[in-house]
Write a protein that binds this ligand. Structure first.
Ligand code: CP
Ligand code: NVA
Length: 368
C-alpha cells in the first residue's frame, strides 16, 4: 500500500463510535453483528486489509456497522482518486451470473472491475435458474477453480447464500428478491455527498416493502440513521429483515418506523425514495398492484409535504407515471443519476475489500 493511500485510510476522525467499532473489528476480525458469516468456507486473504474484510456480501448484515462505514469511506476515496487504484486488482477475475435483467448493476460491476485492473465475465442466466442444470454446490466448486469472485443476481436469496456457503471465493449479492445491498450502499453514499452526512438525515421510503426497502432498512440501521417506510398494509417489509434492522439499531441508535400513510412518512424527511410497484419476477401481480399502489405515487403534491430541501431518490429503472411522475424524477431535486453513478464507486470499494486489495495497490502512485 502506498503511503498516500494508507494516510487516506487513516483520515477518518478517530474516537467516534463507528470508528471505534472499525478498530475493534480489525482487532477481533469479527463482530457480534457479522459473526454469522465467519462459519463460511471463504478463503481469507493472505493479509487482512487495513480497513475491514468479510468473506462475502450476501446481505448487508454481513457488513454490520463497521463494514458499511468502511465501504462508504473507501468508496469516497476511490471516487476522488481513481488513478490510485487502477492496478489494485490486476490479475483478478470475476464472473457474474444474472437470472434477471440489469443495466446499472451489470455495467457498474464490469466497469468497476476494469477500473481496478481486473477482468469481468458475464453469464446471462435469464433463461434458467443457476441451479437447474447442475447442483449449486457443483457449480460453486467449478467456479472457485477458475475465478476470484462471484457476483449473483437471483430470484432466491437462498441461491446466493448457498453459493457463498459452497464457494471458497467471495460472493456478492447483486440483487435478490430479498435484498439489494450494493444499491443501498450507493444510496447512502449519495446522501452523504449531498448533505455532508448520511447518518443525520431522515429518509422516507414510499411504496413496496421489497428488496430495495429491505437493504435501505439494514443500511440505515448500520449507520444509526433514521428511516420511515410507508407501504400498503399487505406489502410491508419482511418481518425478519425488520427484526434484524431493529436489533442492529439497538447498538447504533437508528430510528426505524413502519407506516402505511405516505403523507405521515414524508413530513420532515430530507429524502423521499421510491421503487417499482411491480418488481422483476412479480409481473403476474402487475394489474392487482396497479390498483393498490397509486396512493403511494411520489408526485408534486407528496413532495410538497416534505422539507423544502428534500431530495428525490429511486434505484431505477423507474416506471414514470406509476411510482413517480416525470415532474419529480426530472426535477432538480432528483438524485437518481448520482445514485446510479455511485453504484460504480461503492462496488469498486466492495470488490477491493472482499479481494483483499490492500496487497495489490500500485507500487508507484501519482500521489505517493
Ligand atoms: N438499480 C439497479 O439495480 O438497476 P439494474 O436493475 O439496471 O441493475
Ligand atoms: N425492486 C426492483 C429493484 C430493481 C433494481 C426489482 O427487484 O425489480
Amino acid at each position: 500500500m502506498s503511503q498516500a493511500v494508507a494516510a487516506r485510510y487513516q483520515s477518518q476522525p478517530a474516537g467516534t463510535p463507528i470508528q471505534n467499532q472499525v478498530q475493534n473489528q480489525i482487532q477481533n476480525k469479527e463482530s457480534k453483528l457479522n459473526a454469522h458469516v465467519h462459519g463460511r468456507m471463504a478463503a481469507a486473504p493472505e493479509r487482512v486489509p487495513q480497513v475491514f474484510w468479510c468473506p462475502d456480501l450476501v446481505s448487508t448484515r454481513d457488513l454490520g456497522p463497521a463494514g458499511v462505514d468502511a465501504i462508504l469511506h473507501l468508496a469516497g476515496i476511490m471516487k476522488s482518486h481513481p488513478a490510485d487504484f487502477r492496478r489494485a486488482l490486476t490479475g483478478k477475475q470475476m464472473v457474474m451470473f444474472f437470472e434477471k435483467p440489469s443495466l446499472r448493476t451489470r455495467l457498474t460491476f464490469e466497469a468497476g472491475m476494469a477500473g481496478l485492473g481486473g477482468t469481468a465475465m458475464f453469464v446471462d442466466q435469464t433463461h434458467e435458474r443457476i441451479d437447474v442444470r447442475e447442483n449449486l454446490s457443483d457449480v460453486a466448486h467449478n467456479l472457485e477453480r477458475w475465478v476470484d469472485l462471484i457476483v449473483l443476481r437471483t430470484f432466491s436469496q437462498q441461491t446466493i447464500e448457498g453459493m457463498a456457503q459452497h464457494a471458497s471465493v467471495p460472493v456478492i449479492n447483486a440483487l435478490s428478491d430479498l435484498e439489494h445491498p450494493c444499491q443501498a450502499l450507493a444510496d447512502y453514499l449519495t446522501l452523504l455527498e449531498r448533505f455532508g452526512n448520511g447518518k443525520d438525515r431522515r429518509l422516507a421510503y414510499i411504496g413496496d416493502g421489497n428488496n430495495v426497502a429491505h437493504s435501505l432498512l439494514l443500511t440505515c440501521a448500520c449507520l444509526g440513521s433514521s428511516i420511515r417506510v410507508a407501504t400498503p398494509p399487505d406489502y410491508a417489509p419482511n418481518p425478519q429483515i425488520v427484526a434484524d434492522a431493529r436489533q442492529i439499531a439497538e447498538d447504533t441508535g437508528a430510528e426505524i418506523q413502519l407506516l402505511t400513510d405516505p403523507h405521515e412518512a414524508v413530513v420532515g424527511a430530507d429524502a423521499i425514495y421510491t421503487d417499482a410497484w411491480t418488481s422483476m419476477g412479480q409481473e403476474k401481480e402487475e394489474v392487482e398492484r396497479a390498483k393498490i399502489f397509486p396512493p403511494y405515487q411520489v408526485n408534486t403534491e407528496l413532495m410538497a409535504e416534505a422539507a423544502s430541501h428534500a431530495v428525490f431518490m429511486h434505484c431505477l429503472p423507474a416506471h414514470r407515471g406509476l411510482e413517480v411522475t416525470d415532474a419529480i424524477i426530472d426535477s432538480e431535486r432528483s438524485l437518481v443519476f448520482e445514485q446510479a453513478e455511485n453504484r460504480l464507486h461503492v462496488q469498486k470499494a466492495i470488490l477491493y475489500l472482499l479481494l483483499g486489495g490492500g496487497d495489490r495497490l500500485p507500487a508507484r502512485s501519482a500521489h505517493a
